[in-house]
Design a protein around this ligand. Sequence first.
Ligand SMILES: Nc1nc2c(ncn2[C@@H]2O[C@H](COP(=O)(O)OP(=O)(O)OP(=O)(O)O)[C@@H](O)[C@H]2O)c(=O)[nH]1
Ligand SMILES: [Mg+2]
Length: 326
Amino acid sequence: MARPVDVAALVDGIAAGRRADVSRAITLVESSLPAHRDAARELLAILTPRAGGAVRVGVSGVPGVGKSTFIESLGTMLTGQGQQVGVLAVDPSSVRTGGSVLGDKTRMAQLAADPAAYIRPSPSAGTLGGVARATTQAMIVLEAAGYDVVLVETVGVGQSEVTVAGMVDTFLFLTLARTGDQLQGIKKGILEIADVIAVNKADGDREVEAKGAARELAGALRLVHGKGEWAPPVLTCAGLTGHGVDEVWARVLAHGEHLGTEGLAHKRAVQQHEFTWALVRDELDQRLRRSPGVARVRDEVRRAVLAGDIAAPEAADRIVAAYDEG
Ligand SMILES: Nc1nc2c(ncn2[C@@H]2O[C@H](COP(=O)(O)OP(=O)(O)OP(=O)(O)O)[C@@H](O)[C@H]2O)c(=O)[nH]1
Ligand SMILES: [Mg+2]
């Protein structure tokens, strides 16, 4: 994209639902080049009022729990019902390694070939905040292009699931049946953000075990959630066979109904406000990295701290002072 970006042409293409323009627009909003950032801002300003029409769902769970396979199954079911489905990925490993989810499209071969579906792997490299920004903005592009459902896959490690929970309406957590304490394998924070839980790979020999695990988990959750609150339903399913996937989707929609129009609008407004501050932090972080003042003192401060000559608070003061001087 070396040529100047024709924002008006992109807007027309997106409005017409042209995939190539959707891809171009998402590449543009992922770009960190200053020239692209201006065009991206202009584009997003036009698209944002046209966005918001999709059901936004996060799909999380430990590596290998079957997220991509589940999305393949669910996505194909939804396109079969005449819906347009977008799939985005937030992959913390791409943040670390600069690579992006490799297996995604092969695990979603059928959906990837489906003209009613659009799959976009995680933007490579950048901070988690940066990846989240790109993903949120890709969601706006997809919604402006008329997509009815946007599924965001994220691996259940570190901060990524909290980040994704902050940009979707409903957060679906996939888990596996384990013997012993079912709650042990699930971090407490997850139970606070999960809206629907499904014990996945409930096929063959594993079905009975999965049902038991689901019952146990549902019981434990009832103790955590108060009366009148949404208690996350715990279901069983198998993404590979498609068994129970429709029921999981029904509960996702039920969660949306529980929120109601006003509740959803409020949730999204709060998310926008939190996103605002995430953008500010991300921008400040980048400025810090680029600051010539910080570059001047960085090595010296590092040496002094490693040698034990100055303590961390004093070192931090020096860096901030150097940043302020520019
Ligand atoms: N038996 C069974 N195997 C499954 C099911 N769903 C997925 N698998 C298998 O589990 C493995 C991982 O599936 P993925 O869909 O790639 O899992 P993922 O959670 O997306 O993995 P990452 O993206 O690497 O975190 C694959 O070998 C799948 O074939 C299921 O419902 N039943
Ligand atoms: Mg996957």
